[in-house]
Design a protein around this ligand. Structure first.
Ligand code: FE2
Length: 347
């Protein structure tokens, strides 16, 4: 059964994603889908008629060093009726977060990362000719659409190379309104992406595109919560923003998952233009209780929703007036929050 599903996925990817005329204008994404629980949200995602779906990580809760257990959990995702409908609707691209990487809050020390990457690439039907098969990590980039309307999708790997994080010690005083236990490190030798991925990213951002969706499993812009995020390595977050500037990469925005709620954040004055981060997390994982109430001074007012959700991106090509609509959507399909960005703002 599983083999049939995998073959179907490969078929879809080959037929749709790699075709030169593939023009994704409606892109759905989501994160944090527990394979043991029902996943009714796929109905709303399919109803939104996406051209493409992006998994932003915690696509399953593997949390294991046993690759047979991991494969069995992917098979449970493949058997979800709603996910099967999605595969009949549109192609799927994916990156991972900690749980599907294999260990909660894990980084470079996870002993089965090579094997886990192979299981991931197999499940998502990545062909043997793909560069991901020949290098460490699962980062990847795809370019779609015709000249003048190019959409680049950059899938970052925030796990494979990531150095250790700093935690608040027991009894150490924490800033008010933070819900997690991580604190920004002062050790600038630590890396989140690793040098190979950084060089690759520089090359990718140097390519010509009108819209660039940078997929990071963990939040890029918001960093004050004490949860996992780029801000736990402030020098790496800064390096990312500076790289966008250095490469003159117009049209960038981030999408992220991980936190079990949806919100829209923006960093102003830290990069060459306002850098937006649309977080959508909790395809079926419980809302993050108090987590969504945690501090985020980058959040746009009221752009938050704590129920199960997915993200929807709509690109409305209109020459100089092209807009990008960023939405967090509820399990019902209803819009939880929305922001319409003129593409001209992202340059
Ligand atoms: Fe996560």
């Amino acid at each position: 059964m599983k083999n049939i599903v995998v073959i179907l996925l490969v078929g879809l990817c080959k037929a749709s994603v790699t075709a030169g005329n593939f023009k994704p204008t409606v892109i759905a994404f989501g994160a944090c889908a527990h394979e043991n629980k029902p996943q009714p949200i796929w109905d709303a995602i399919v109803n939104a008629k996406p051209d493409l779906f992006i998994f932003a990580g915690d696509n399953i809760y593997a949390d294991t060093e046993d690759m047979e257990v991991m494969k069995a959990k992917y098979a449970k995702l493949a058997a979800q009726p709603g996910y099967k409908s999605l595969l009949e609707t549109c192609p799927v691209l994916a990156t991972w977060d900690d749980h599907d990487f294999g260990v909660n809050d894990g980084g470079k020390h996870y002993s089965m990362k090579k094997e886990s990457a192979e299981v991931f690439l197999d499940f998502f039907g990545v062909p043997n000719s793909d560069p991901r098969r020949a290098r460490d990590g699962i980062y990847a980039s795809k370019m779609f659409g015709p000249k003048g309307r190019k959409v680049q999708i950059i899938l970052l790997d925030t796990r494979y190379f990531r150095d250790d994080l700093d935690k608040y010690a027991k009894g150490e005083s924490k800033p008010k309104d933070i819900v997690g236990w991580y604190k920004p490190t002062k050790d600038t030798s630590r890396t989140l992406l690793g040098e190979a991925q950084w060089s690759w990213l520089e090359e990718e951002l140097g390519k010509s595109a009108e819209v660039r969706i940078i997929v990071s499993s963990i939040q890029v812009v918001s960093w004050e919560k004490g949860m996992e995020c780029w801000g736990n390595m402030p020098h790496e977050r800064d390096r990312l923003f500076k790289l966008i500037d250095k490469t003159n990469a117009n049209g960038c925005f981030f999408i992220s998952g991980d936190v079990h709620f949806t919100e829209l954040s923006v960093a102003k004055g830290e990069g060459p233009y306002p850098l937006y981060d649309l977080t959508a997390s909790g395809l079926n994982q419980s809302p993050g209780e108090s987590w969504y109430k945690s501090i985020n001074s980058y959040r746009l007012s009221n752009k938050v929703y704590a129920g199960r959700n997915f993200g929807l991106i709509q690109i409305n090509w209109k020459g100089k007036d092209t807009t990008i609509t960023l939405q967090g959507r509820k399990e019902s399909g209803e819009i939880a929050h929305e922001e319409v960005l003129p593409l001209s703002r992202l340059k």
